[in-house]
Write a protein that binds this ligand. Structure first.
Ligand code: HEM
Ligand SMILES: CC(C)=CCC/C(C)=C/CC/C(C)=C/COP(=O)(O)OP(=O)(O)O
Length: 300
């Protein structure tokens, strides 16, 4: 006797939207936009809009393929079990078709309407998130997010390339900032959703190496992150507006990270400093990238 797969009703547009991880995408799109606006070249507004749309669609496609591949993990974690696939609101094939179609569309549109450099970096970002992070590293090593996190750091370079068709030191520093920001951003969260990852068998750092090591690693990564954040100013790539904002906001980041790094296990149970660092990490990137653009426009 054969058992047929249960028939699902057609998925709603809201389910397809959820596949794209829209909340995370806001910051990805913002950093991409800032990379574009910080570049010393004017881009036609329609081309500029198309480039940002392609970054959003590419990131959304990568999010959909990530959820297609790891529906089993998402089903095992409280935070993710209401997503369309584990919740049974969509079949896996629809998610796969949607992800592949959207990825191809975003890259082709970027290549045809914007330029090949931006399309190439967008392709690398999508492949990095889906193949390097999701398929290869996530289930294998606690260094998954350190290496795989590069995917989310490419958008400022894509935005810059869209405007100039070229690369430069500033967008590489913007890449480095997001790349080095990702471990403190994610590990602060992982400390308070540790049991979720342990239940799903994902080797995130707090699960594999424990809280103490994770806290130290958050502190350690904050040092090069702070250097990458402030560097554009002494290097003469930005003016004092960025200098002031980057020093002040990075100092607050460092203080919050230090509080997390020096907390001992069992010292208070509310995980308040970790939650504070996680929430601040998101605000921080919005503010520092915003300041970069403001500075470049003021002193242009
Ligand atoms: C491998 C690297 C990363 C991992 C593992 C990671 C993981 C997470 C997780 C688990 C959440 C909380 C739940 C959720 O909304 O899904 C979150 C939230 C968030 N992340 Fe990350 N993240 C990474 C990199 C990034 C990057 C590069 C960006 C953008 C530049 C980013 C932006 C955000 C934002 C904006 C939120 C808040 C979403 C909300 O309001 O719910 N993340 N991240
Ligand atoms: C332009 C482009 C392709 C950008 C890259 C996309 C992107 C947003 C990368 C950031 C990585 C990220 C959100 C990881 C979430 O981890 P997870 O997938 O382990 O989170 P989960 O547990 O919520 O599924």
């Amino acid at each position: 006797m054969t058992t047929a797969a249960p028939l699902l009703p057609p998925a709603d547009w809201r389910d397809f939207l959820a596949l794209t991880k829209p909340r995370v995408m806001t910051l990805v799109v913002f950093t991409g936009l800032c990379g574009m606006l910080a570049a010393p070249a004017s881009i036609h507004p329609v081309i500029g809009f198309t480039a940002i749309l392609c970054i959003a669609l590419g990131a959304g496609a990568a999010g959909a393929l990530n959820q297609w591949y790891e529906a089993d993990l998402d089903a095992a974690m409280r935070r993710t079990q209401k997503r369309p696939l584990p919740d049974g609101r969509m079949d896996r094939q629809s998610a796969l078709h949607f992800g592949v179609g959207l990825a191809a569309f975003s890259v082709i549109l970027m290549g045809l309407a914007v330029n090949l450099v931006a399309a190439a970096i967008l392709t690398v970002s999508i492949l990095f998130y889906v193949l390097v992070y999701t398929v290869w590293l996530k289930r294998r090593t606690p260094q998954n997010i350190v290496i795989g996190g590069a995917a989310g750091a490419f958008p400022p370079m894509i935005g810059w390339a869209a405007a100039t068709g070229d690369m430069a030191v500033l967008p590489v520093l913007m890449f480095l900032l997001v790349f080095l920001w990702t471990p403190p951003h994610f590990w602060a969260l992982a400390l308070f959703v540790k049991t979720d990852y342990a239940n799903a068998g994902v080797p995130m750092l707090p699960v594999v190496a424990g809280e103490r090591v994770t806290r130290h690693q958050i502190g350690l990564y904050t040092i090069p992150m702070a250097i990458a954040a402030v560097a554009p100013w002494p290097l003469g790539l930005t003016g004092p507006v960025y200098g002031g904002v980057s020093v002040a906001t990075t100092a607050i980041f460092a203080l919050l990270a230090l509080r997390v790094a020096t907390r001992r296990q069992g010292e208070g149970d509310a995980m308040k400093p970790e939650k504070r660092l996680f929430r601040y990490s998101i605000l921080y990137l919005f503010v520092i990238f915003g300041a970069l653009v403001a500075d470049r426009w003021i002193f242009a």
